[in-house]
Write a protein that binds this ligand. Sequence first.
Ligand code: SF4
Length: 476
Amino acid sequence: MKMLHGRFSLPDKPVEECGLFGIYGPGLDVARLTYYGLYALQHRGQESAGIAVGDGKTIQLQKDMGLVSEVFNHKKLSAFNGCLAVGHVRYSTTGASLPVNAQPLVFRYARGMLGLGHNGNLTNIAELRSRLASTGSVFQSTTDSEVIVNLIARYSQNSLVEAIMKCMIDIKGGYSLLMLTEKSLIAVRDPHGIRPLCLGRLGEAHVIASESCALDTVGAEAVRDVEPGEIIIINEGGLASRQALSPCRRAHCIFEYIYFARADSRMDGFNVSRVRREMGRQLAREYPVEADLVIAVPDSGTTAARGYSDVSGIPFEEGLMKNRYIGRTFIQPSQNVRDLGVRLKLNPIRDVLAGKRVVMVDDSIVRGTTSGKIVAMLRECGVKEVHFCLSSPPVIRSCYYGIDTSNEDELIAARKPVEEIRRLIDADGLYYLSLDGLLGVFGDRRDYFCTACFSGDYPVEMPRLQDGGKYVLESC
Ligand code: SF4
């Protein structure tokens, strides 16, 4: 369980990376719109929030640890003045939960000011950092975002776009970047498209966000996804696009569809809710079970559970109630009341469940620390049989591209066969959606995805082991 600045995320789920929102909108209240955009992306990071605003001459920055609503208030937002903004919500994938790592990062370099918000992880960060340090660079944070800014500054004899292109040749991994200068908004997506980024329009203004739900929230119309390897530059001259790196194997993170993204988002041509429902349908095709009810572990399993019900004909019922006011974060219980963690968040509805055989659908099991507690709660309510269905394959490998899926030795499916996990969590059946079935949901675009945490097929080289046998991955 990972402490987050006095908060914690519920165990047994991979943890989101970061959320980006940017706008170029002369005449609009860009700071407030960015605030609302970040609010829509809060599920992608709850550790820190920041907004940087450009006014043509300088960049103002405010950022701090905490949720968007805690970091900003009316007074702070009113202090901003400008025509373009970049906002960021962060969850760090390693332990560096420090104010100095909050983003956007804003620097002065030879060509003026540069702000950067980053979602993802670089896999060659250790080599880049040591190369830069050996030639005089100093770092004030532990994020790889700062390495990116340093590289761009190194190439400042070129135009900014050329400097970014050279930087993109150096960096490896999964990343989406939003940058601002005093006058321009710049969006960058890694050449595999691992991390999401989309473009929208709000009247004359241009908006860029990690997920389309943020475009919807500010009333912007979704235009398209930022292409893998593309740089988009928006300023008073309008919008320009450069294909900085040649297209290579597409590898959109498939876990965005399974769990991370908001169900109302549309990514790379697919609506997340529809994809999740189809995953549930496929699950029912692969594992037909005789049962009285289909229930979900809310909210992550709800849409797939409805899909399972569609195909099986078994009625879907709300069997577990989620305390929505806790959200994804709350004060961590002390060790001796750790079991309360699940009960504080989920409560079974005894009148619905008693005496029933249930199919319970969730999106994934990562460490296996929660599932057994949920099954035990159901049994205490008099449930006769619990068939636990997952709308993803077993998570057997770590992610190096910006998602915290834990170390491999903590992943229960990497260590134990399915039957042993079933016994451990005391379910009557345990069924994982097959990788083939998962990819089949995407039809003729089944090859467009990173599935490395299920298959070990990493689209970008993995980071090298550092001293002490640890990988160095610092960013969000
Ligand atoms: Fe997403 Fe898994 Fe690939 Fe990481 S390894 S980018 S979580 S699919």
